[in-house]
Design a protein around this ligand. Structure first.
Ligand SMILES: [Fe+2]
Length: 152
């Protein structure tokens, strides 16, 4: 696979690891064995999913997605959803961060984070199984060069 796609793939792998740790903390929260330190850690980790690396990752994927739209590739509806997903994740992650200072019950917070995780997994899966292979197949060497020039 193209080296830039491999880079995106590696980032997904890293994020999946972080999400697994978030999930473990959520499990603890649900069983009420979590202390306030666990809670702080949970939000610290969510913050990491909402930082600059995440923004750059999405911007890089958008470079590829826009290039793909200029090819003859048959565009799968899930690829069309990707841009909307990227915008939504920025919004959702921001909302999750606000939960930290809210008075909402643990179960409400846990459900919101769970929902985010499900959506995120679904999104990564669509990118890895549909979007990346399509880009690999359809983008030309010149297009990859142009993408690389604008890459974060
Ligand atoms: Fe991604």
């Amino acid at each position: 696979m193209n080296v830039l796609l491999n880079e995106l793939h590696a980032y997904h792998h890293e994020v999946a690891g972080k999400i697994n740790r978030v999930k473990a903390l959520l499990q603890k929260l649900r069983h009420e064995s979590a202390g306030s330190d666990d809670c702080k850690l949970l939000f610290k980790m969510l913050e990491a999913l909402h930082g600059e690396a995440e923004r750059h990752h999405h911007e890089n994927e958008e470079l590829i997605r826009r290039a793909l739209l200029t090819t003859e590739a048959p565009i799968h509806p899930r690829v069309e959803d990707i841009e909307r997903d990227h915008q939504a994740f920025g919004r959702i992650a921001g909302q999750l961060m606000m939960l930290e200072d809210s008075t909402k019950e643990t179960s409400v917070i846990a459900a919101a984070i769970d929902d985010f995780i499900t959506k995120y997994y679904d999104h990564m899966e669509a990118e890895e199984n549909i979007f990346f292979p399509m880009a690999d197949k359809w983008l030309s060497g010149i297009q990859w060069q142009e993408i690389k020039r604008q890459w974060h």
